[in-house]
Design a protein around this ligand. Structure first.
Ligand SMILES: *[C@@H]1O[C@H](CO)[C@@H](O)[C@H](O)[C@H]1NC(C)=O
Ligand SMILES: *[C@@H]1O[C@H](CO)[C@@H](O)[C@H](O)[C@H]1NC(C)=O
Ligand SMILES: *[C@@H]1O[C@H](CO)[C@@H](O)[C@H](O)[C@H]1NC(C)=O
Ligand SMILES: *[C@@H]1O[C@H](CO)[C@@H](O)[C@H](O)[C@H]1NC(C)=O
Ligand SMILES: *[C@@H]1O[C@H](CO)[C@@H](O)[C@H](O)[C@H]1NC(C)=O
Length: 470
């Protein structure tokens, strides 16, 4: 019996010690958090003094994220109390088993070790780290007046990589950067705060190793407003057998090689499966856009009054249209056609249900992986053309559309063309949307409203931004 007691007695001793440690831990946290906030002067007697010190608190902690701090401490307290419960219930179980001798199980050294590692040390460690992570401001110590006391959101996120990312990075040797700045802030979209769990999962990786194949998580975050998404320091995976892309005279109108796409997060596993005939292709907009024989008819053959021909559009401004932006759901066919007219078009796209970005790039065109949430990364008055189809339609909130259209207007140069290609909406909403497009007082080269179905209408328009020399 003697040898069997060794691990078990040790176990009891360790558990008792741990309980004491956790107890001390709780006391420490409470004292620490109280101390930090009240020691500065709250307990002082003199009225004047209190008042003065109180101002110090207010100034020093003005930008401090008290709620995040509170959440972090709360989290640690929960972790510690869970650990305590677990330890207590383990002891309880062991006592019960000792009484009913039959069911008694001897705990081996290695079992004991595993228990300690997984059930005790890990939770204790994460509680410890969570406490360490709390970054307190340094009241009054060498801070420029008016500068924030902590990096924004730093106490909200707990995964170290996220925190490193959003911490402002001062330049080395106090020199100014190439852009004339002291400090660089990596930015994230503020709605990242709403998706903390997903963002922390996304940022939880080993620096320098291969990333998980989780672009779909990244896109989900971006679509949720966590955009710009933080950069990561891990290596993106590629398809296993990347084939040399086709030369440009062939790539524009040839279906790409299946092997050049990582298919794991799509419903389909090859390009054939993305055909409009397949009801389980995984996406619903631009149904036939992975069939190039159908795509080849677009913008070059007369089909309906709402379909303008590229030749007609370019004839409005002969030789003037050289660069443009296509904001559509599709595989880059518009850019491919325009390329044949020596017009460079960037295709904004997201991979909603199918590898749109990969397809556009494999055709030899530029996919701009962007959501609706961001200001366009182009300077004012630079683009000759903005084309949009299958993208903005009757779902869009009018105020959101307003912000988007004003941004398009900013980017379009005077004399540039806005081609609204078969925008569709419910008949009764048409007036609202027409107002949206008309508010800029662009010159109307073409303006066609036609029926899509009994209740829905198409609006196609070719508009020219007027000069604005103010
Ligand atoms: C526990 O150890 C005792 C003493 O060596 C032994 O008699 C007993 O069979 C062991 N019980 C189990 C469940 O391994
Ligand atoms: C850089 O930092 C110094 C000192 O903190 C400050 O005086 C200066 O205005 C800063 N320059 C810029 C461009 O922010
Ligand atoms: C594409 O261009 C290459 C040379 O640049 C030529 O060898 C090839 O035949 C062309 N392919 C087609 C289909 O025209
Ligand atoms: C397209 O239709 C217009 C009239 O709607 C006609 O003038 C034009 O010739 C047609 N173009 C082609 C290529 O069929
Ligand atoms: C495009 O540019 C090439 C080379 O400069 C020229 O040969 C061709 O005619 C141009 N195409 C059009 C449609 O202007």
């Amino acid at each position: 019996m003697e040898w069997m007691c060794i691990p078990r007695c040790k176990f009891y001793r360790i558990i008792a010690t741990l309980q004491i440690i956790t107890g001390i831990f709780v006391v420490l946290i409470s004292v620490a958090s109280l101390h930090r906030f009240y020691s500065v002067g709250y307990f002082l007697n003199s009225d004047e003094d209190t008042c003065q010190k109180f101002h110090t608190i207010k100034d020093s902690y003005a930008d401090f994220d008290l709620k995040a701090l509170n959440d972090r401490v709360e989290e640690v307290l929960v972790q510690i109390s869970q650990l305590q419960n677990k330890l207590e219930s383990t002891i309880h179980k062991m006592d019960k088993e000792k009484k009913s001798k039959t069911a008694s199980k001897n705990i081996t050294q290695s079992e004991f070790k595993i228990f300690l590692e997984e059930e005790v040390i890990q939770p204790l460690y994460s509680a410890h780290i969570a406490l360490r992570l709390i970054r307190f401001p340094n009241p009054g110590a060498g801070r420029a007046p008016g500068s924030p006391v902590e990096d924004p959101l730093i106490n909200f996120f707990t995964v170290e990589e996220t925190r490193k990312y959003i911490t402002g990075k001062g330049n080395r040797n106090g020199k100014l950067s190439i852009h004339g700045m002291n400090k660089t802030y990596n930015t994230i979209g503020h709605a990242c705060v709403l998706m903390r769990k997903e963002l922390e999962e996304y940022m939880n990786y080993e620096v320098g190793s291969y990333c998980r194949d989780d672009w779909d998580l990244a896109q989900k975050l971006m679509l949720g407003g966590c955009d710009p998404l933080p950069r990561r320091r891990c290596l993106a995976r590629a398809s296993q057998l990347y084939q040399r892309p086709l030369p440009i005279n062939e790539s524009l109108w040839t279906m790409p090689d299946n092997r050049n796409v990582r298919w794991s997060n799509y419903q389909c596993r090859d390009f054939n499966c993305l055909s409009s005939k397949n009801p389980r292709r995984g996406f619903s907009k631009c149904t036939g856009c992975f069939e190039l024989e159908k795509e080849q008819l677009k913008w070059v053959t007369n089909t309906s009054a709402a379909d303008f021909l590229i030749s007609d559009v370019l004839a409005v401004k002969p030789g003037e249209i050289r660069i443009g932006l296509d904001i559509s759901v599709g595989t880059g066919t518009f850019a491919a056609r325009m390329k044949e007219w020596n017009v460079t078009v960037v295709s904004a796209s997201l991979n909603v249900g199918a590898p749109f970005s990969e397809m556009i790039a494999l055709r030899g065109l530029i996919p701009l992986y962007t959501t609706l949430t961001q200001r366009l990364p182009f300077f004012d008055n630079t683009m000759d053309l903005i084309h949009t189809s299958v993208f903005l339609d009757g779902w869009i909130n009018l105020q959101l559309l307003d912000f988007i259209l004003f941004d398009w207007d900013r980017v379009l140069r005077p004399g540039g063309l806005l081609w609204v290609d078969k925008f569709f909406c419910n008949r009764r909403d048409l007036d609202d949307y027409m107002y949206m497009f008309q508010q800029f007082r662009y010159k109307k080269h073409k303006w066609v409203v036609s029926f899509k179905s009994k209740d829905e209408v198409y609006l196609s328009a070719l508009l020219e931004k007027p000069p604005r020399s103010l």
